[in-house]
Unconditional design. Structure first.
Length: 115
């Protein structure tokens, strides 16, 4: 039986969410963290990319803060969460503050209650 693509399952208000944990790296200029949003088979060196069929969220942490990134907004192969940018109005920036664990968890709890 093949391994699952997720590391954890979390139950929030009786709905299950599949979480894939990824390590993150701080950029040299300290303006963002990056995490791989793909899996590489070390024997074949083939990449596989996560989809909504595989997982619901990526989880990562940095400097005492945890983040949950929905798979559908994550970049293909890599995602960056920005702390600072001179292009602060750029709509393509994924701001780290928008994906903080507590914020996303609160949204999930609110969605479940209001349904």
């Amino acid at each position: 039986m093949p391994d699952s693509k997720y590391d954890f399952i979390v139950d929030i208000n009786h709905k299950l969410y599949r979480i894939q944990c990824k390590s993150s790296t701080l950029s040299e200029d300290k303006t963002f963290i990056s995490l791989k949003t793909k899996s590489t088979n070390i024997r074949t060196m083939k990449n596989s990319y996560y989809t909504r069929d595989d997982i619901d969220y990526f989880y990562t942490c940095h400097d005492g803060k945890s983040y949950l990134i929905p798979v559908e907004v994550a970049g293909r192969g890599e995602t960056r969460l920005k702390f600072f940018s001179e292009q602060y109005k750029n709509p393509n920036i994924r701001w780290a503050r928008d994906y903080e664990f507590g914020k996303i968890l609160g949204q999930l709890k609110t969605e479940e209650v209001s349904c």
